[in-house]
Design a protein around this ligand. Structure first.
Ligand code: N1C
Length: 312
């Protein structure tokens, strides 16, 4: 405890600062999501319905039992003390071993575009599209040691940097490892070379630490390097951290390939921002294409023409 002696004017200022800091603290690290139990169990029942007509095989699980296993990992516990093995029983019970071959999509630093691309399990399947990820995606949870409560801290949960590394990584580390172990065939990984604050590949990321080391040796890793519209590409498939990724993948005996802004991803981004210079109209203009090319785009014949051009 810190004791500070203050004159009366100063004490008002001091109190104001303390109040401000406390409000800041509460807002910067919220407590567990209210009604987390109901949300979890509701999502679990909903998952059976959501996955109909998608790449996911029908799922039959005991939702209340899954909540019991999940909550047992962290309720009535100090969040600092949680380790990956605490979640193992839950992960084992909730894992899907029949995930579709060639359809797993991983991401690192590219959550948004990866989920647009996966299209709610219709095109690809991300961890958040699998049962384990879906149940808790976007939720906050942490426990507290208490006798007269439900063992859940709804006031405040420590931020990642306030936790020991193992506690911080416990859930998503275990979930990522479980997911990667079930992946087979071609596995896609979306990275970005346009973020000035982080390299495209970081061996300390969840991907680097938990997914890459967990792949079956038959897995073929296909990197999709996304250069976001109107951002300067800082890395390319054969430069920067992508070189290290290739080495790390090949050292594990896995096959590796990398493509930069493939057309399907580019078109997806252009849907949200059609006037960006990297979008088709801008690209054609930049390439000095004629006005008739532009009218082809408008009449929907672009793709056909592009295919013909690339063959000839
Ligand atoms: O550290 P990252 O990326 O490489 O982790 C992403 C990687 C994905 O392929 C996922 O399968 O690991 C899996 N994963 C999640 O699915 C996930 N959902 C939410 C890892 N982390 C996940 N989160 C939160 O995002 C988690 O709290 C962690 O801190 C970030 C990781 O994001 P990143 O650095 O962009």
């Amino acid at each position: 405890m810190v004791s500070v002696r203050l004159r009366s004017g100063e004490s008002v200022v001091f109190l104001a600062i303390v109040c401000f800091l406390q409000i800041e603290n509460v807002f910067s690290s919220p407590g567990s999501t209210l009604n987390i139990k109901n949300i979890f169990i509701g999502r679990c029942f909903e998952y059976e319905e959501l996955t109909k007509g998608t790449l996911i095989e029908p799922v039959k699980v005991n939702c209340t039992q899954l909540w019991t296993l999940f909550s047992r990992a962290w309720t009535y516990k100090d969040p600092q003390s949680i380790v990956l093995s605490d979640y193992e029983t839950f992960l084992e019970a909730a894992k899907q071993t029949n995930l579709p071959e060639d359809k797993i999509l991983l991401w690192s630093g590219t959550y948004g575009i990866a989920h647009e691309y996966s299209n709610q399990r219709k095109r690809y399947v991300t961890l958040e599209d699998s049962l384990i990820g879906y149940l808790v995606n976007g939720l906050t949870w942490c426990g507290m040691v208490c006798t007269e409560c439900d063992g859940i801290n709804y006031e405040q949960c420590p931020d990642g940097p306030d936790l020991p590394r193992e506690a911080h990584q416990a859930f998503w580390g275990g979930a990522s490892r479980t997911f990667a172990k079930s992946a087979s065939g071609v596995v896609r990984l979306i990275l970005t070379g346009t973020n000035k604050d982080r390299p495209a590949y970081n061996s300390e990321s969840f991907f680097g630490q938990f997914e890459l080391p967990s792949f079956d040796t038959e897995v073929k890793l296909q990197v999709i390097l996304v250069n976001f519209l109107d951002k300067i590409p800082l890395e390319h498939c054969d430069t920067g951290s992508l070189v290290k990724l290739r080495e790390d993948v090949e050292t594990r005996g896995l096959s590796y390939s990398c493509t930069e802004n493939p057309l399907d991803i580019l078109h997806l981004m252009c849907v949200g921002d059609p006037s960006a210079t990297k979008c088709e109209l801008g690209r054609l203009l930049e390439a000095g294409k004629s006005k008739s090319d532009l009218s082809d785009i408008l009449s929907g014949r672009l793709q056909q023409r592009t295919k013909i051009t690339s063959v000839s």
